[in-house]
Write a protein that binds this ligand. Structure first.
Ligand code: ZN
Length: 110
């Protein structure tokens, strides 16, 4: 599957990105550059999970999951809701989840 880059996009006037945008974009790519974080986000894309559930499902230590969720939360890529004493995590940004899905499709096509 390949898509032509359309001419209209190519003729748009070029402009530089501001520093904050560059920072956020590069941090987001960094977030997506780690296999464990990719697995966690992919798992959460189907349904919300607690730290325990993520750890069990992906065969990871709870401390590893907590650490990675904190990283993702700081970038506002995941959010949680509280149920009793348990926190359930879900993705917090559709752009990034769309991007991740695109990347997964990219990895699977030939
Ligand atoms: Zn592709």
């Amino acid at each position: 599957m390949s898509e032509e880059i359309n001419d209209q996009e190519m003729t748009q006037e070029a402009y530089d990105l501001d520093e904050e945008t560059l920072f956020v974009v590069s941090q987001t790519f960094k977030a997506l550059s780690d296999p464990t974080r990719i697995r966690i986000l992919h798992l959460l894309s189907c349904k919300s999970h607690s730290v325990n559930e993520i750890a069990e499902q992906l065969d990871l230590r709870q401390s590893t999951v907590s650490h990675q969720l904190r990283f993702l939360k700081n970038l506002r890529l995941v959010k949680f809701r509280r149920e009793g004493t348990t926190l359930y995590y879900t993705p917090d940004d559709q752009h990034v989840m769309d991007m991740l899905n695109q990347m997964i499709e990219h990895a699977c096509h030939n």
